[in-house]
Design a protein around this ligand. Structure first.
Ligand code: F6R
Length: 580
């Protein structure tokens, strides 16, 4: 869940790494640090975000490693920030992941005289390397031997005085190498590297790589292996704000294109046969991706009569439901630990697995039998927006494939409706939301997960307590919370449940709570009934799912801006959650 960057080449390493870390801050932003290699190790590390640091980083050297942290072991402070050093300050290491057996390792190392400075799990690794390096004076084999003692997950980078290489190792946490011209990069993902090269090598679990100025050698333990060089077609411009106030707003605006690109990239005729033939579907996912799974369940069951169940990745592993056939893991990052574990579990139980992800080379795509890649482009804001809509593009394509192309035309034009709602004036709704401490979101059918997602976006970036409910459920308890201070956002679209939604809205109004309704343009009844009406283009329900989602994202965004929140880096969160 932290971000790491390493560089070896001809440029000054520290400024390049610092810029790279800024691009990885979505992975964690409670402290940061850099170490460079010269005749000795030079190091700087600080609590807080890079943007908040007003000093200058004056480290020399053309080889270095850096880290931006999302704390797991030990509070965010200068000492717990990475890189970590061995006792003699000769070896520096950055780590993303969790060392599960660090308590016993620390005990043994302390007994052997090592002095620990931090509370982190990571520090044991650098002391283990120190012991080996004292014996062997060869950094690659010292790191290799040290890794044999570790249980847990890691992506780590190591430099040491007396060695002119940078060592990178991966097990369970993402790590990609950027291949330049007599210069090499290592990073948690390609975003910091895109400016320098489009050539990438994705390390596999168990890989250990030795990077020098002229070559990269990769090993599985001590056995040399070769990994393909892949071309990444994300442009460096895509990871810049491009004039928008926040990445989230930019990414919201990129949604029509992301939906359309993804739709076009999924070739229905080449969907794996097991996806097209399975008599039932299980989906595993977390957070917003879980909501995408729920929307799919409603659409698939209603359109094709194929039963679907959706599980949280975190529950699936420990409380395995009776599964057979097809298990789909939805994860934009491809690195969410709970979803990956669920996919592995599904394989153990002989299910065929499909990953839906936005990241080429991600762990999910390595675990699953087949992968469908979305074409959302890099998503930097912690709150998922365009990746969510792109997930829906993939899932709606599957529904379409399983219903013999019934929705093809509708999907092909959906991006136009998304475009239409982007410029909607939501200022009245924002005024109503920003002054409140608590909000409810309600919907029925596929609009119920839309309500869940709207509430998640709102709480995530505005810090207003927001709950999504199936509209019929509010009267079974939550009604007790209704008051003029708890606005309810109701998604009330034409169709079978319209009448009963209107009744629900009346019940809510009768309890004094204001209602803001998202409805269809031209609705004759709702505008007079509610306190705020947001008209969406009159179109197919699949498309109204998309437009209502986008409007709720914008509502959350505008409310959070009005409250002065840190939109792209909400407190306590990180974009990819690689711990269970
Ligand atoms: C919310 C959000 C998270 C993610 C969740 C799963 O805006 O982004 O809820 O959806 O952490 O992430 P992925 O899709 O990467 O598995």
């Amino acid at each position: 869940m932290c971000g790491i960057v390493g560089y070896i080449g001809r440029r000054q390493a520290a400024p390049l790494i610092l810029e790279g870390l800024k691009k990885l801050e979505y992975r964690g932003y409670d402290s940061f640090g850099i170490a460079t290699l010269g005749s000795c190790i030079e190091i700087e590390k600080h609590k807080g975000r890079i943007s908040e640091y007003d000093g200058r980083i004056l480290l020399g050297g053309t080889t270095g490693i850096g880290h931006t942290r999302w704390a797991t072991h030990g509070i965010p402070n200068d000492v717990n920030a990475h890189p970590h050093l061995d006792c003699s300050d000769r070896i520096a290491l950055v780590h993303n992941g969790i060392i599960e057996n660090f308590v016993e390792l620390k005990k043994a190392l302390t007994a052997r005289g090592h002095i620990f400075r931090s509370e982190t799990d990571t520090e044991v690794v650098v002391h283990l390397i120190e012991e080996e390096y004292a014996k062997k004076a060869d950094l690659l084999s010292s790191v290799r031997s040290a890794l044999h003692h570790l249980k847990g997950s890691y992506a780590l980078l190591v430099i040491a005085t007396g060695s002119d290489c940078l060592i990178a190792a991966r097990n369970g946490s993402p790590l990609v190498l950027g291949i330049g011209d007599n210069e090499y990069f290592a990073a948690s993902d390609m975003t910091p590297v895109l400016e320098y090269t489009e050539r990438a090598v994705f390390l596999e679990d168990g890989d250990i790589a030795c990077l020098t100025r002229t070559a990269v050698d990769i090993y599985q333990d001590a056995v040399p292996v070769s990994r393909p060089v892949e071309l990444i077609d994300w442009s460096p411009e895509e990871v810049k704000k491009g004039g928008f106030a926040h990445y989230m707003l930019k990414e919201i605006y990129e949604q029509p294109q992301a939906f359309f690109n993804t739709l076009r990239a999924i070739n229905k005729s080449s969907l794996p046969a097991f996806v097209c033939q399975s008599p039932s579907v299980t989906l595993v996912a977390c957070g917003s991706s879980y909501h995408a799974g729920l929307i799919f369940k409603y659409l698939l069951e209603e359109s094709c009569g194929i039963p679907a169940r959706v599980d949280f990745g975190s529950e699936f592993r420990y409380f395995l439901p009776p599964v057979d056939g097809l298990v789909i893991g939805i994860t934009q990052s491809g690195e969410t630990a709970d979803t990956l574990t669920a996919l592995r579990e599904a394989r153990i139980h002989n299910c065929r697995t499909l990953a839906i992800t936005n990241v080429l080379g991600s762990s999910a795509s390595r675990i699953a039998d087949a992968t469908l890649f979305m074409r959302a482009g890099p998503e930097i804001s912690v709150a998922a927006t365009k990746s969510f809509v792109a997930q829906l593009a993939v899932l709606m394509q599957i529904v379409d494939a399983r219903s013999e192309g019934r929705f093809e035309d509708i999907l092909l034009h959906a991006h136009q409706a998304i475009e239409e709602v982007l410029l909607m004036d939501l200022s009245d709704a924002v005024m109503q939301c920003k002054g409140t401490k608590s909000l409810f979101y309600i919907g029925r059918g596929p609009f119920y997960p839309v309500a869940l997602e709207g509430a998640l976006k709102m709480k995530e970036i505005s810090y207003i307590h927001a709950e999504g409910y199936a509209a019929g459920e509010l009267k079974h308890g939550p009604f007790a919370l209704l008051s003029p201070e708890t606005p309810v956002i109701a998604i009330c679209m034409p169709g079978e449940t319209y009448g009963v939604m209107v009744s629900n809205i009346k019940e809510i109004k009768a309890r004094g709570a204001p209602v803001i309704a998202l409805g269809s343009e031209g609705d004759q009844e709702l505008p007079d009934l509610v306190d705020g009406f947001i008209p969406l283009p009159k179109t197919h329900p699949f498309v109204q799912v998309l437009t209502s989602l986008v409007v709720l994202q914008i509502l959350a965004y505008r409310t959070a801006v009005a409250l002065g929140r840190d939109i792209d880096k909400p407190r306590n969160l990180a974009k990819s959650v690689t711990v269970e």
